[in-house]
Design a protein around this ligand. Structure first.
Ligand SMILES: [Zn+2]
Length: 68
């Protein structure tokens, strides 16, 4: 019983492989653009911390949270 052979199993990069922004290792498709889920988490946590560092504007005269 012959099984169908899948052609094109070889993964060809459609675009330039960019290194992981965290450790500069080649990024993996499943974790793109990171090399691993760990680096993704690190980057995410850093981004979240960064957002906390952004000072909250007290100027509410322009921005009205409640749409009248
Ligand atoms: Zn990495």
């Amino acid at each position: 019983m012959a099984q169908p052979i899948k052609t094109g199993s070889k993964v060809e990069p459609l675009r330039k492989v960019r290194p992981c922004p965290e450790c500069n290792k080649p990024s993996q498709r499943e974790h793109y653009p990171f090399c691993s889920d760990r680096c993704r988490t690190i980057d995410l946590s850093r981004w979240l911390k960064g957002s906390y560092a952004i000072p909250v504007s007290d100027d509410e005269s322009k921005a009205d949270p409640t749409d009248d």
